[in-house]
Design a protein around this ligand. Structure first.
Ligand code: HEC
Ligand code: HEC
Length: 276
């Protein structure tokens, strides 16, 4: 089951994609490993080392406690624009077995180095989608395409280069649609296999700008979430979520693009922790 779980993370669309051999759950042909790089084992690339040890867990987006299986289904629903797998089907159990195996030595509720985002300072200005477009053309377009559409593999099962926007990409309700979640990932990992977290190719400002461009909903369309009740608990709402209301006086635009330092400072001032 552990081996099958890894296989599912790497060749997700083959098994549970729109034409999946083991069931049709995903709404697109992306693989988990497109974001959870190296089958969820790469530092600062949304890896799964401590994941199993940290669930069940309160999740702000749903405003309730989720099991690990529920959390897997969230990624099937949002980044994969799909529908939930039954909690007890073989593929779900295999994915969770793999995560459990990866995190075998991690104590309950512990974190390990590299399982969160790489720590970088916020840019001192708002991220700029127009500057981001220039970065995109220079550093990303050659693989992800002029229309963010990526490139399918010749066998049409999944992507050689996954899409970044459009109907076949992730939903706007995915965490990757949030700037502070996505920019450090891009900074540490993209261009793929060229940038590393020890030796990034982009500056932090460029990473924020290019993600502002990718996730700009006026320029780019993508599937929308079904639920309209995300982050119902305002004290737990992430500061880079782009829809109000908020507990603070800052605009939706500032929440989407920054600058974030003043938002973080505001929460400090009122004795609360800013979430992101
Ligand atoms: C488009 C990108 C993307 C894809 C594709 C994707 N995920 Fe995720 N996933 C994320 C992001 C971003 C997070 C949040 C990570 C964080 O908060 O640090 C996440 C979080 C998770 C978590 C919670 C991790 C934790 O430690 O709390 C699980 C479990 C998960 N994903 C499973 C999957 C599985 C299984 C698939 C494939 C069926 C998948 N994901 C596909 C982007 C993606
Ligand atoms: C050399 C080709 C290449 C270049 C250039 C490149 N990427 Fe990627 N990118 C990839 C591949 C391949 C993956 C999936 C990795 C995997 O499955 O192991 C990926 C994955 C991603 C993902 C997560 C999956 C998704 O589709 O949402 C994002 C976001 C991303 N790239 C953004 C960027 C940005 C921004 C740039 C420019 C700064 C960039 N990439 C440059 C090849 C590239």
């Amino acid at each position: 089951m552990v081996r099958y779980g890894r296989e599912l993370i790497v060749n997700t669309a083959y098994y549970i994609g729109p034409e999946g051999k083991a069931g049709k759950f995903l709404g697109n042909k992306m693989n988990c490993t497109n974001c959870h790089l190296d089958a969820g084992t790469k530092p600062y690339a949304f890896n799964f080392y401590s994941t199993h040890a940290r669930y069940p867990q309160y999740r702000a987006r749903e405003n309730k406690i989720l099991s690990l299986a529920d959390r897997v289904n969230n990624c099937i629903e949002r980044p994969h624009n799909g529908k939930h797998m039954p909690l007890n089907n073989k593929e779900m159990i295999a994915i969770i077995s793999y995560m459990k195996w990866l995190g075998e030595n991690v104590p309950v509720n512990a974190h390990v180095n590299g399982d969160g985002p790489i720590k970088v300072d916020f840019p001192s200005r708002a991220a700029d989608p127009f500057k981001g477009e220039e970065v995109y053309k220079r550093e990303c377009l050659s693989c992800h395409g002029a229309n963010g559409e990526g490139k399918m593999r010749a066998d049409n099962v999944c992507y050689e280069y996954p899409p970044l926007w459009g109907e076949k990409s992730y939903q706007s309700g995915s965490s990757v649609h949030r700037l502070i979640k996505m920019a450090p990932f891009v900074y540490a990992n993209m261009p793929n296999k060229i940038a590393t977290y020890q030796n990034p190719k982009l500056t932090i400002d460029e990473a924020y700008d290019v993600v502002a461009f990718i996730n700009n909903d006026t320029i780019h369309k993508r599937p929308q979430p079904i639920t309209k009740t995300d982050y119902a608990s305002l004290p737990n709402k992430p500061i880079d979520y782009d829809k109000g209301p908020y507990l603070d006086p800052f605009s939706e635009t500032q929440h989407k693009y920054g600058p974030y330092k003043e938002i973080v400072d505001y929460y400090k001032k009122i004795g609360k922790k800013a979430n992101y």
